[in-house]
Design a protein. Structure first.
Length: 334
């Protein structure tokens, strides 16, 4: 089924610029241990289930309404199923200690991001351009260092305050960069926070990130990798609310404010994969769907949803009621 879907996607993508958006969904079978076999554990280390990592393909578009919550889904490039072994004696602390040991990327769960990159490159070989989009979990040096075809680019939200060539740090360098653009955006309400408007300023800078000196990063990786960093930060945020702040890393060339706005729109389209997976899982009878902080999960339980995103939200999103006229960073930023 996945191969057939990928074939259809490959044909639809010919000669076009595609966004290949990847993310991970947790499928939870808690309460069904007696009837289910062959599963690992999910994020809490106790319930049985598995992880699904799809690569969803959407149109990049040329305008602010061509991507994001309004749709533009072309198809599926691939999907990977992963199971996680139960924690060794000592519980989750023991597993965390094991994770800190140097291991090749292929032996780590984070290798799924490289699997997604290769799937996008393989399925979308006939596209004019491919931008692989992922959230901050994919901010790993191996991904930036991985070989890519000339028409394939990366767009990742930064998680690590990386060392840069020249001795500075990424976040400080971007905080000191002069703004080139600004927008007034809508920040939606959520439990404990009222809806508000926020003004953000955007800047960009060509940087070189340095190879980490820890983990399994060996000397076969380049010592530095040249990227473009884009910062989107709230101006004068209120004291009672966390400020909106993004730092994006991309292999695309950026020359002006128009390029910055276009790449920010492409990253905003990342929310499409959360909405699409949540909507599809919500159509399965008897399943409970939850999305919290951008992380979707499904559990085979009836009744109400978990998290701050319920099936009513699915309906509103599918009905294009999230306000495409504003750059809604907070909803899309998870």
């Amino acid at each position: 089924m996945i191969a057939t879907a990928a074939d259809h996607t490959a044909r639809a993508a010919l000669g076009r610029h595609m966004l290949a958006i990847q993310d991970t969904t947790e499928i939870n079978f808690s309460g069904h241990e007696g009837s289910k076999r062959g599963f690992g554990v999910v994020g809490n280390g106790k319930d049985i289930g598995f992880f699904l990592h799809p690569v969803l393909v959407t149109e990049a578009g040329s305008g602010p309404s061509d991507v994001g919550h309004c749709g533009g889904i072309v198809g599926l490039a691939d999907a990977f199923v992963r199971t996680r072994a139960k924690a060794p004696p000592g519980g989750r602390k023991s597993r965390e200690a094991q994770r800190k040991k140097g291991r090749p990327i292929a032996m780590r769960e984070s290798g799924r991001w490289l699997d997604g990159l290769r799937a996008a490159e393989r399925t979308l070989a006939g596209a004019a351009m491919v931008t692989v989009v992922a959230d901050c979990e994919s901010d790993i040096y191996d991904l930036f260092a991985a070989p890519r075809a000339g028409h394939v680019h990366l767009l990742v939200r930064a998680e690590h305050n990386r060392c840069l060539e020249g001795g500075t740090r990424l976040f400080a360098e971007m905080a000191a960069s002069p703004p080139v653009a600004g927008w007034l955006i809508a920040v939606p309400a959520k439990p404990g926070r009222a809806e508000r408007s926020a003004r953000v300023a955007a800047s960009f800078k060509r940087i070189e990130i340095k190879r980490p000196h820890y983990g399994h990063i060996n000397k076969s990786r380049p010592e530095t990798i040249a990227l473009t960093a884009i910062s989107v930060a709230e101006v004068d945020p209120p004291e009672d609310a966390p400020p909106i702040a993004w730092v994006l890393l991309t292999t695309h060339a950026v020359a002006n404010a128009q390029d910055v706005a276009r790449i920010v729109r492409w990253y905003r389209a990342r929310w499409t994969i959360d909405i699409d997976q949540t909507w599809r899982l919500s159509r399965i009878k008897g399943w409970r769907i939850g999305v919290s902080a951008g992380k979707q999960a499904a559990a085979e339980r009836p009744r109400r949803c978990t998290g701050d995103f319920d099936l009513g939200d699915c309906g509103r999103v599918r009905g294009h009621q999230l306000g495409e006229d504003s750059l809604n960073f907070d909803r899309a930023a998870a």
